[in-house]
Ligand binder design. Structure first.
Ligand code: ZN
Length: 466
């Protein structure tokens, strides 16, 4: 008996030892994990109520970086209310989740990259509290670096597919541009600079605009494209041995148009802060003034905010008008100063539905796309009809009355029926804000954002971006 008791005592002590050892070692292992591999912590207090209406993306090819162009608090409220991004990074580095990362957020608007359009359905959007022409904070760089790293791993996205909104946004013709163009927005542009991308942990970037190169778009903002596609500077000898300097000394241009930093030497001699550029002349790009003059229009200065209520025109005679109040755009006096709207919130939502009269003449709105098969007209004097540009004559279109609506760069499908559901026509674009339903009986156009899944009108035609 004594032996048996001893055996059990021994047996139990082994089990107890094993359990305690397990409890002891397990947390140790977790604690020992490198701190930079910790999952990124996100704050959920501004999670968007729009989540429930947003579909899951089928693919995720890009991460798109934005600047809010307004106060952080105002931006958070607006972004959350409208579901306009997946994450927002505040000045103190705190990361807010807005739309669940697998669902669609409306952040890219009218967008194109390498021939693909409507990037909302294939990208993650990150808003950064700040302005396109001002450096963001160190805390923001650090949080962004970790967030981007995690998302790149989750979705297998390469460095050269982390883009700024200004790289992918494009504009349809307007008063100043006859063709579809790049340069509609400058959103997030400084994050395309090579030295800033290194701070974000990104070692490659596109070296040219694939859509401009292919002739799908024209470059309407060469000041911007110089920044977006600037190349990393060659390394020079460090001034002092005390700095910790990643040196970019060799770049290879790949056929895809991106470059890869192939030889990044890091010298660690002391604990002084990391200096990311080693050029003797730092990359400084001075943006031209905000004064209207010869060859410099309101659009050149304010881009798609030119007609915003937040943009203020200070005329030489001392009077002022907002972008909404200005009527005679082309006879704006020289010397007018443009104050681009800050205020609460963020960028203007993209408005693709244009109105003859309010948005200019039919030529202003359509430019070289006037007779395109992707341009559609909704005459205000002929309710229930729509016209396709390619089936019209310029004379007929010039005769369209004020109040007629125009869509440029669209496809049409329909009429919607139980056999031809809208989902089969335009897929995930069915409830995008820039998708429109045309009810031919009533002659009304309704945005996809106002459409209820259970209540899609049969007989309607759906217009969606190409
Ligand atoms: Zn943006």
């Amino acid at each position: 008996m004594g032996r048996l008791k001893q055996f059990f005592r021994c047996y139990w002590s082994i089990i107890l030892f094993a359990i305690s050892a397990h409890l002891f070692f397990l947390p140790q292992e977790l604690v020992a994990a490198p701190t930079n591999n910790k999952p990124v912590f996100v704050i959920k207090s501004y999670r968007s109520p729009k989540n429930v209406t947003r579909k899951y993306r089928r693919v995720t090819k890009f991460i798109i970086l934005h600047t809010t162009e307004g106060s952080a608090r105002g931006a958070l409220e607006k972004l959350s209310k409208n579901g306009e991004c997946h994450y927002m990074v505040d000045k103190d580095g705190k990361i807010y989740t807005i739309i669940d990362k697998n669902r669609i957020a409306y952040h890219a608007g009218v967008s194109m990259w390498n021939g693909q359009t409507g990037l909302d359905s294939m990208s993650i959007g990150i808003e950064i509290a700040g302005y396109h022409d001002k450096e963001i904070t160190k805390a923001q760089y650090e949080s962004l670096r970790r967030l981007i790293s995690e998302l790149k791993t989750t979705y297998a996205i390469s460095d050269d597919r982390v883009l700024t909104h200004s790289m992918v946004a494009y504009g349809n013709p307007n008063r100043w541009q006859k063709r579809k163009h790049r340069g509609r927005k400058r959103c997030g542009m400084l994050l395309a600079k090579p030295e800033n991308r290194l701070k974000l942990g990104l070692k490659s970037k596109p070296l040219f605009d694939p859509d401009v190169r292919a002739g799908r778009l024209v470059d309407a903002d060469t000041e911007l494209s110089k920044i977006l596609y600037s190349r990393p500077k060659k390394a020079s000898t460090p001034k002092t041995q005390k700095e910790t300097i990643p040196v970019v000394d060799k770049t290879v241009v790949q056929p895809s148009g991106s470059y890869v930093v192939t030889n990044q030497v890091t010298q660690t001699k002391s604990q002084t802060p990391v200096v990311l550029t080693t050029t003797t002349q730092p990359f400084v790009f001075k943006l031209p003034s905000n004064i209207i003059g010869p060859g410099r229009s309101a659009w050149d200065i304010a881009r798609d905010l030119y007609n915003s209520a937040d943009t203020i025109y200070h005329f030489p005679d001392g009077s002022t008008k907002t972008g909404k109040e200005v009527k005679k755009w082309k006879s704006m006096p020289e010397g007018t100063r443009v104050e681009i709207g800050g205020g609460e919130g963020s960028e203007n939502p993209d408005v693709t539905l244009m109105e003859i009269g309010k948005d200019g003449s039919v030529h202003d709105i359509t430019g070289d796309e006037i007779l395109a098969g992707t341009t559609f007209y909704f005459p205000s004097n002929k309710k229930g009809y729509y016209l396709r540009g390619s089936q019209q004559t310029i004379k007929k279109l010039e005769a369209l009355p004020e109040g007629s609506f125009v869509l440029v760069g669209y496809k049409v499908g329909g009429p919607i029926s139980s056999k031809k559901p809208v989902f089969n026509i335009c897929g995930l674009k069915w409830n995008m804000p820039d998708t429109y339903y045309f009810n031919s009986k009533k002659g009304t156009l309704t945005s996809g954002a106002d459409m209820d899944e259970k209540n899609i009108p049969t007989g309607a035609y759906v217009f969606y971006q190409e």
